[in-house]
Design a protein around this ligand. Structure first.
Ligand code: DER
Length: 240
C-alpha cells in the first residue's frame, strides 16, 4: 500500500469499527490522516445533523465545515458532558499505545479533546507503530509560552534533551511559507526536544529496566509529567 492508501485504510477501519450508533459529540483531530477519517464518516451515509463535531484547531474546524458537518467549539460543550469518541492521528505509537503527537503543532487542543472523550481512537498507518517511542520520530513536541521558551530549553537540556550531535531542544522554525518560529493556534511556540532513544514503557520498568534521567533515559509517563511541570510549558506531545 502506498502511504496515502495506508492512511485511508486505517481511517476506514477506525470509523467502521468505532463510530458510535448515536453519538452527541465526536472529536476530530489534526494532521493528514484525519482527513481520511472525516471522509470515512461522511461515507457512512448517516444523518449526522444532530451530531456536534469538536475541532482540535483551525485545520480541524475547516475539515468539519468543508464536510458539511456541525462544529461545536470545546467551550460550547455542555458542562460535565463527555465527548462520545475522539479520532486523531499520531506521529509515533508504542506497544502500550503511548503516542507522540504534535508533528502538526496541534497537540494542545488535541489533548483537551482527547482527555474529555469517553473513547480515544488513534488512527495511524503502519509507519507509526514502533516498540518504543523515539524510535523513528526523533523529538518530543512541546508547546510553550514564547517568553519562557529559552528557560524551558535550558531545563530540557538539564533533563537530558541533547542528541548525539550535541544539538539540544530547539524552537521549531517556520516551514515553507513562514520564517521565524512556528506559532500554534494558541499563538504559542513549539519546541522540539530530542531525547536519547528509546523512551521506556511501564512494562520495561516493571521488568527492572532502569531509567537514568541524568542520561536522558526516561520512562514515558514520567517524562511527560516532568516536562509538563516546567514553568512556561502549556502542553507536551506525549499521550499516555
Ligand atoms: O500534530 C498531530 O498531533 C497530528 O495528529 C499528527 O501527529 C499526525 O499527523 P499525520 O496524520 O499527518 O501523520
Amino acid at each position: 500500500l502506498d502511504i496515502e492508501a495506508a492512511k485511508r485504510a486505517a481511517a476506514i477501519e477506525a470509523v467502521r469499527n468505532h463510530f458510535p450508533d448515536s453519538p452527541r459529540f465526536v472529536g476530530i483531530g489534526s494532521g493528514t490522516t484525519i482527513v481520511y477519517v472525516v471522509q470515512a464518516i461522511q461515507e457512512l451515509g448517516r444523518d449526522l445533523s444532530r451530531v456536534g463535531f469538536v475541532p482540535t484547531g483551525y485545520q480541524s474546524k475547516q475539515l468539519i465545515l468543508n464536510a458539511g458537518l456541525l462544529p461545536i467549539e470545546f467551550d460550547a460543550l455542555p458542562d460535565n458532558v463527555m465527548i462520545d469518541i475522539a479520532f486523531d492521528g499520531a506521529d509515533e505509537v508504542d506497544e502500550e499505545l503511548n503516542c507522540i503527537k504534535g508533528g502538526g503543532a496541534c497537540l494542545y487542543q488535541e489533548k483537551l479533546v482527547a482527555m474529555r472523550a469517553k473513547e480515544f481512537v488513534c488512527v495511524a498507518d503502519h509507519r507509526k507503530l514502533q516498540s518504543r517511542l523515539l524510535t523513528k520520530w526523533p523529538t518530543i513536541p512541546i508547546e510553550v509560552e514564547p517568553k519562557a521558551s529559552r528557560q524551558v530549553m535550558a531545563r530540557l537540556r538539564v533533563l537530558g534533551s541533547r542528541s548525539p550531535t550535541g544539538a539540544g531542544p530547539f524552537i521549531r522554525e517556520g516551514a515553507l511559507s513562514k520564517t521565524g518560529p512556528v506559532k500554534t493556534d494558541q499563538d504559542f511556540f513549539i519546541i522540539d526536544a530530542p531525547f536519547p532513544q528509546p523512551l521506556l514503557t511501564g512494562q520495561d520498568i516493571a521488568e527492572g529496566k532502569v531509567r537514568n534521567s541524568h542520561e536522558g533515559i526516561w520512562e514515558v509517563e514520567e517524562l511527560a509529567r516532568t516536562i509538563k511541570d516546567i514553568n512556561g510549558v502549556l502542553g507536551v506531545g506525549i499521550f499516555c
